[in-house]
Design a binder for this molecule. Structure first.
Ligand code: URA
Ligand code: CA
Length: 435
């Protein structure tokens, strides 16, 4: 096979064979195919697209490019959960102990945050002593012993994606639905779970800006998962405004703990119940959605989900007293409450602007190498549809730098758009996609 012929074929919009796709990925990872040929190929895919079958072959070729996580020593059906990334989205920290408390083995690999979106591994690092890098043996051992573990991705998981993503980033080919779908699904497949629940977000704070794009991505990923032999269900969910109320690292840990104590914001709770009950159904623990949802609610009420989080923290070397004593978590030196300029119903909250503001306060990374400040962030007090009164704060800013604190005030106030007319609340769940 000759690389320019494969590029030519895609350039003309023709369908590639499995062999051609495997040849490209293998050659690229092994360094035999140079960046300039792969860059031309990616741009051809950007303009011409790939069908479900081609995208599945691409996904499988990528998934085979490095080590695969072996979860076979964990009994039962392993269900993974993946989010396409959001703001004030501490779902994973709520869901993992919650589903584990209902009997589902939760072996979760998570990432770090980049840009305006947060990462579960960073959030967990705000718990003193918490070990975020487990060996494969420790990971499997913890899941077998207490039902759950959360670890960073192993270094050699899907090297094809690391190399391709870096190239896409500098060739303006990130925003291609087949390339995004294969990037995400290759990591899910190599991650070793039997079944997959996807949370595909849309709106200002998400990768996909419109509902239609997010739905197309969700449908494609569900097809790939099922073609690859892993039952996959996706939800298309709102990320036009922040999901919960906390944007940061230690404060998202607090929000997750509060949610497990039964004090979560209704939107975050709804998403956790929706994704969680689907995980219980896929794992075969329950037959009916309502039954599964009731089990989750019950374990929030009776404290079992919170106890499970405590066990996870202790098993990974963290200080479990944080559950009762938030002062053990990193804090910011300065806090400031922000008031609205006027009163009115909240019509919009610009999730992206708030996410970027939190990032610039130090809660996130602009570049992969940046350090983050675990104690800073933004607590919002209100969401779309709530009424903002002039003398009641809209949000609280937490900072370690006075200049940044003062700068952030305008950013936060202007992220809220108020109106005199009644505004309904936004739906969190917009669609469910099954195979
Ligand atoms: N997330 C990924 O993992 N890959 C993409 O291409 C986009 C978002
Ligand atoms: Ca997340």
């Amino acid at each position: 096979i000759f690389v320019p012929e494969i590029i030519e074929k895609k350039k003309r919009g023709k369908k590639l064979s499995r062999e051609e796709i495997e040849f490209l990925i293998k050659g690229y990872v092994e360094g035999e195919i140079p960046d300039y040929q792969m860059a031309a190929f990616l741009m051809a895919v950007y303009f011409r697209g790939m069908d479900e079958e081609e995208t599945t072959y691409l996904t499988l070729a990528m998934a085979s490019s490095g080590e695969r996580v072996d979860l076979s020593k964990i009994d039962g059906i392993k269900v993974d959960k993946h989010s396409s990334g959001g703001i004030a989205d501490t779902t994973t920290l709520v869901l993992i102990p919650l589903v584990a408390s209902c009997g589902v083995r939760a072996a979760k690999m998570s990432g770090r945050g980049l840009g305006h979106t947060g990462g579960t591994i960073d959030k967990l690092e705000s718990i003193p002593g918490f070990k975020v890098e487990l060996s494969q043996d420790e990971f499997v051992e913890n899941v077998n012993r207490i039902g759950a573990a959360i670890t960073g991705q192993s270094k050699n998981l899907v090297p094809a994606d690391k190399k391709l993503y870096a190239l896409r980033d500098v060739t303006a080919t990130v925003d291609s639905i087949p390339l995004i779908a294969s990037s995400i699904m290759s990591k899910k497949i190599a991650g070793g779970a039997d079944k997959i629940v996807l949370d595909v977000k849309f709106g200002r704070g998400a990768f996909m800006k419109t509902y239609e794009e997010a739905k197309a991505l969700a449908e494609l990923m569900v097809k790939i998962g099922n073609l690859a032999g892993k039952e996959t269900v996706a939800f298309v969910t709102d990320m036009d405004q922040p999901l919960g109320l906390a944007i940061g690292n230690s404060i998202e840990v607090i929000e997750a703990i509060e949610t497990l104590k039964g004090n979560g914001h209704e939107d975050l709770v709804r998403l956790c119940l929706e994704l969680g009950s689907e995980m219980l159904l896929l794992a075969g623990e329950y037959k009916e959605k309502e039954e599964a949802e009731n089990a989750l609610k019950e374990n929030i009420k009776n404290g079992r989900a919170l106890t499970k989080l405590k066990e996870i923290i202790a098993a990974q070397g963290g200080d479990e007293r944080v559950i009762e004593d938030y002062s053990l978590l990193p804090k910011a030196k300065y806090t400031l409450e922000v008031y609205p300029g006027n009163e009115g119903y909240i019509k919009e909250i610009d999730a992206l602007r708030l996410g970027l503001t939190a990032m610039k306060l130090g809660a996130g990374r602009q570049k992969k190498e940046d350090n983050i400040d675990l104690g800073v962030g933004i607590w919002i007090y209100k969401k779309v549809g709530d009424f903002a009164e002039k003398d009641k704060p809209l949000a609280r800013i937490l900072a370690n730098d006075r200049e940044k604190l003062n700068w952030a005030v305008k950013e936060v106030v202007e992220s809220f758009l108020l109106t005199g007319e009644y505004v309904p609340k936004r739906n969190v769940i917009w669609a469910k996609i099954t195979g």
